[in-house]
Design a protein around this ligand. Structure first.
Ligand code: 4NP
Length: 163
């Protein structure tokens, strides 16, 4: 639930399929970027699927984040729920499938804006953050590069809002 102290504090939910690779990496990158910029934000992540609910991020995701100086080991997977569309201002989906599944769950009175993560990054609108789950460890480095660009774009947007 949001309250008066949250006024002007952006609430952003990052969404992928399992909530163990792309969206926890995005949450970690965004937490680090917002903290570095000194901007408060309510950040969370979720998956459209329920296979990994309660699990920590994939060990390859945790290792990649650690390489970049960010600890995401305390995150636990959860599934997207209808109330997220009221609790968050913005829901950012990693790919088109996540976007389609989120639209299907979106209540009629939803207030959250829903779009692709890379829509925020200049020149990359409409692109997906590639799912690294079935690939090799190198895929996680590419995912980090993508999601840290998303995090940087969010901070630029939030600085404009609070400035
Ligand atoms: P994520 O990656 O959506 O980025 O967390 C995946 C995680 C798990 C599965 C697929 C993708 N899975 O099939 O279990």
């Amino acid at each position: 639930m949001r309250n008066d102290s949250d006024v002007r504090k952006p609430a952003i939910l990052f969404l992928c399929l399992g909530n163990i690779c792309r969206s926890p990496l995005t949450e970690g990158a965004a937490r680090a970027a917002f903290a570095a910029a000194g901007i408060e934000a309510a950040l969370d992540s979720a998956g459209t699927g329920d296979w990994h609910v309660g699990h920590p991020p994939d060990r390859r995701a945790m290792a990649e984040a650690r390489r970049r100086g960010v600890d995401i080991s305390d995150l636990r997977a959860r599934q997207l729920r209808a109330s997220d569309f009221a609790d968050f201002d913005l829901i950012l989906a990693a790919d088109d499938n996540n976007l389609r599944d989120a639209r299907a769950l979106r209540p009629a009175n939803a207030t959250a804006e829903l779009k692709l993560m890379l829509d925020l990054v200049p020149g990359r609108a409409g692109e997906s953050v590639t799912d690294p789950y079935y690939g090799d460890d190198g895929g996680f480095a590419a995912t980090w590069d993508d999601v840290s660009a998303v995090a940087a774009a969010l901070v630029v947007e939030a600085s404009g809002l609070s400035g």
